[in-house]
Design a protein around this ligand. Structure first.
Ligand code: PMP
Length: 300
């Protein structure tokens, strides 16, 4: 262990937890800012700096349902950029307070309408002195998840173990596409790739958009990254919001994993994949964020 100069050094190197019954869960809720999004925030902002798209004194503006906002606010605070988080109202107030606490300004647009937030962020981001990373569209999101998170998982898998399938809820699709590209390329070229979305809002499958409580995924439209890579997905698993919250609470009570609804949904989806496909022995999934971000939803 050496001295770190910023908390960005603490992103990554998260445990890969064996939950038993052939389910491995990557503990991304342990990242600084409390979610899986710390990695893309650091990666995309530093890439934009290297490419000369982001300069000292600039403002970063990004559309998000919360976690990317928290993560980018953290990176912007460390690097001295002004940060504007564009988000719909309706999501848990904790995420808003975290971004504000990290020094960001919040711009609200429509109720649960991430699509409106996207447009607003892009318009603002097109002005001189502003930069919009565009997580839903930018292939750097996929690159990070393949070359950092994906490679990290592969390095943690014992030589005697093979992962047969991967499942992850789709927000941008970046995690699922990037990690599965890594696994397919460097671990198991036969890997089965499952997207997870709420049962109430089957947006990826048949464009049904409805309210649900698995915040951070299924934001009401099919993200460009997912559209571009949908041929890399084998199937979609649907999980009810109530089940997602129930399983998340079980993970807390039975294993001390204080995680949000999408983590519970992922674990249930991994179990369901195994129930439906006995030939699948080992499934990788993700514990995406902390339950502290949902106290008002899950534990009030
Ligand atoms: N779970 C949570 C809680 C999230 O915030 C996100 C990202 N919005 C995801 C899952 C899905 O990640 P991705 O954007 O890489 O699809």
């Amino acid at each position: 262990m050496t001295i770190s100069h910023t908390i960005l050094d603490a992103i990554g190197k998260t445990p890969l937890l064996d939950l038993g019954d052939g389910i491995l869960a990557k503990c991304e809720f342990l990242n600084p800012s409390g979610s899986i999004k710390a990695r893309i925030a650091k990666y995309m902002i530093e890439k934009a700096e290297t490419e000369g798209l982001l300069k000292p004194g600039d403002t970063i503006v990004e559309a998000t349902s919360g976690n990317t906002g928290n993560a980018m606010s953290m990176v912007a605070a460390i690097k001295g950029y002004r940060m504007i988080v564009v988000m719909p109202d309706g999501y848990t107030s904790e995420r808003v307070k975290i971004s504000r606490g990290l020094g960001a300004e919040i711009k609200f647009v429509g109720h649960f309408q991430v699509n409106d937030a996207l447009r607003t962020a892009q318009e603002l981001g097109a002005q001189p002195g502003y930069y919009c990373p565009q997580q839903f569209d930018n292939e750097w999101n996929v690159d990070e998840n393949r070359d950092w998170l994906g490679q990290e998982v592969i390095a943690q898998i014992p030589e005697t173990m093979r992962i047969d399938a991967v499942v992850q809820g789709v927000g941008t699709g970046g995690t699922l596409i990037g990690v599965s590209q890594a696994l397919r390329q460097w671990h198991n070229d036969q890997i089965k790739v499952y997207a997870m979305e709420p049962k109430e809002s089957r947006t990826l499958e048949c464009c049904i958009v409805a309210d649900h409580q698995i915040e951070g995924i299924s934001d009401g439209f099919i993200p460009t990254i997912y559209q571009r890579h949908r041929h890399e997905i084998d199937d979609i698993v649907h999980v009810e919001s109530e089940t997602a919250i129930e399983v998340s609470k079980e993970l807390a009570r039975q294993r001390g994993l204080f995680v949000g609804p999408s983590s519970g949904a992922n674990v249930w989806a991994a179990q369901e994949i195994k129930r439906r496909n006995p030939e699948i022995k080992t499934v990788l999934t993700f514990l995406c964020d902390k339950a502290e971000k949902y106290l008002s939803l899950m534990y009030s």
